[in-house]
Design a protein around this ligand. Structure first.
Ligand code: KIV
Ligand code: ZN
Length: 512
């Protein structure tokens, strides 16, 4: 019998700590709905004490999610825990996740505390959390670099205090699989009351070993894996959900473990994360990368034709990727669009559908066939960004070999339209100049990339920008058949994300 592994998804918390990956509340709600559909057991919705925006987002998610547990992260202090509780208490199944660092280096330099005091604070935090709710998780931050006997001591103490899950994070991505597996076995064996709690692991990918470490830990007895979609997260990211889920599914007989994930929703979840955050998936990314199921070499293709099992260890359909893409066009109706968007993970309301349908028809006038990538861009444009402060209303640019590139832009700010003309060394530079004049921003453009969303010369162009203002960094993304418009949309999207960060950036000290 396979052991059931608990999938704890932290895309909305650790994932959001990826540089530039801020998500607003409607985006987080949509993501949480997809995570629930995917069947994750726990959704870590955010860090409520970090900012008012985070608190509100966690609260909204707690109210919406019905099946999964909803966790809120907090430091081991009463005020943080109270805030986390005030946000997650609305959930059907709330969880408080509290943490404190346990490695010598963190205790000495960051916390400036002796180990006894750390244990005391952890116990008090867990007791307080337990007085509020049954499900309490305790994390020993920088666990993989902590003294292993101290780990057992603190885990034993917090389990006695009521922790139902104890988490061993490889916070800095330092562990290697064999060593991490030994540490997990040691902790399992030497924490006296380990049978009263679930042992969880949370790995970072600094050495590219997050998935390997998590699998090694599961093999050694860990029962919960903390993961994010596409592996996004702090620095090099976290263990990726899709890699763990598909490794356990594909190698179930070796691992003797399984998850409750409905794997056919993986691809939609991955797309949603990249659309919302603007963080693209590298083409060779395992499971969800564009090349993950592409066979290039002649020998491989020949083998695949004879028997797909020769080179394919999983079928693309198992992650919800269909070889025959449904193509929509000018004559497709609202119903076809609606049901196709649903299969892609977008459950739109009647009003939202109207907006996307209108955009769909406009695009169909310019582009013969519309595929999933186009639809994702339409949803992002029409729905996910509809409550933004800055909205691009109009753009006209002129450029060529003999004229000074200029652009006229009409931009609304909180519903009021403004117009300006800009100039630059090209039409995109000119459009950005006009947007800067209207918005008054002094954001610095750190990166600009443009790519074709699909094949063919009528493809939409997809632009990603990275902006920095007053120490805050945000990604912006935009797509349009016209790349100058796509660039302006991306720039405006980046400005909106910066605005969100200005009011909702983390207010706690740099603790995680
Ligand atoms: O990486 C880490 O240690 C964390 C903890 C807060 C679980 O994210
Ligand atoms: Zn982490």
């Amino acid at each position: 019998m396979s052991e059931r592994i608990i999938i704890f998804d932290t895309t909305l918390r650790d994932g959001e700590q990826s540089p530039g990956a801020s998500m607003n509340t409607p985006e987080k709600l949509r993501m949480a709905t997809q995570l629930e559909k995917l069947g994750v057991d726990v959704i870590e919705a955010g860090f409520p004490a970090a900012s008012v925006g985070d608190f509100e987002a966690v609260k909204a998610i707690a109210k919406k999610v019905k099946k999964a547990e909803v966790a809120g992260l907090c430091r081991a202090s009463e005020s943080d825990i109270q805030k986390a509780w005030d946000a997650v208490k609305h959930a059907e199944k709330p969880r408080i996740h509290t943490f404190i660092a346990t490695s010598d280096i963190h205790m000495k330099y960051k916390l400036n505390m002796e180990s006894d005091a750390v244990v005391k604070q952890a116990v008090e935090a867990v007791k307080f959390a337990k007085s509020l709710t049954e499900s309490v998780e305790f994390s020993a931050e920088d666990g993989s670099r902590s003294d292993k006997d101290f780990l057992c001591e603190i885990f034993e103490a917090v389990i006695d205090a009521g922790a139902t899950t104890v988490n061993l994070p490889d916070t800095v991505g330092y562990a290697v699989p064999e060593e991490f597996s030994e540490l997990v076995s040691y902790v399992m064996k030497n924490t006296k009351n380990m049978d009263k709690a679930i042992l969880s692991v949370h790995c970072h990918n600094d050495l590219g070993l997050a998935t390997a470490n998590t699998l090694a830990a599961i093999k050694a007895g860990a029962k919960q894996a903390e993961v994010t979609i596409n592996g996004i997260g702090e620095r090099a990211g976290n263990t990726s959900l899709e890699e763990i889920v598909m490794a356990l599914k594909t190698r179930e007989s070796y691992m003797n473990c399984k998850t409750g994930i409905e794997s056919t929703h993986i691809y939609a979840a991955s797309k949603m994360v990249s659309t919302i955050t603007g963080i693209m998936v590298q083409p060779n990314k395992a499971i969800v990368g564009a090349n993950a199921f592409a066979h290039e070499s002649g020998i491989h293709q020949d083998g695949m034709l004879k028997n797909p099992m020769t080179y394919e260890i999983m079928q693309p359909e198992t992650i919800g990727l269909h070889s025959t893409k449904l193509v929509l066009g000018k004559h497709s109706g609202k119903h076809a669009l609606y049901s196709h968007l649903q299969t892609m993970g977008f459950d739109l309301s009647e009003d939202e559908l109207k907006v996307v349908f209108k955009k769909f028809k406009d695009l169909a006038d310019k582009k013969k066939t519309i595929v999933d990538e186009d639809l994702e861009a339409l949803v992002a444009d029409g729905i996910l960004r509809s409550s933004d402060i800055f909205q691009l209303e109009y753009l006209h640019g002129s450029s060529g070999t003999t004229v000074l590139p200029t652009a006229t832009v009409k931009l609304s700010i909180n519903g009021r339209s403004h117009r300006a003309a800009g100039e630059g060394n090209g039409p995109i530079d000119a459009a950005f100049d006009a947007i800067k004049i209207i918005s008054g921003t002094n954001a610095e453009l750190l990166r600009f990339t443009v790519a074709a969303l699909t094949d063919g010369t009528d493809s939409q162009g997809e632009v990603t920008v990275r902006l920095r203002e007053d120490g805050l960094v945000a990604l912006g993304r935009g797509s349009d058949p016209d790349i100058i418009t796509a660039s302006a949309k991306a720039y405006v999207n980046g400005l909106n994300r910066l605005e969100y960060l200005k009011t909702n950036s983390v207010t706690t000290e740099d603790v995680i």
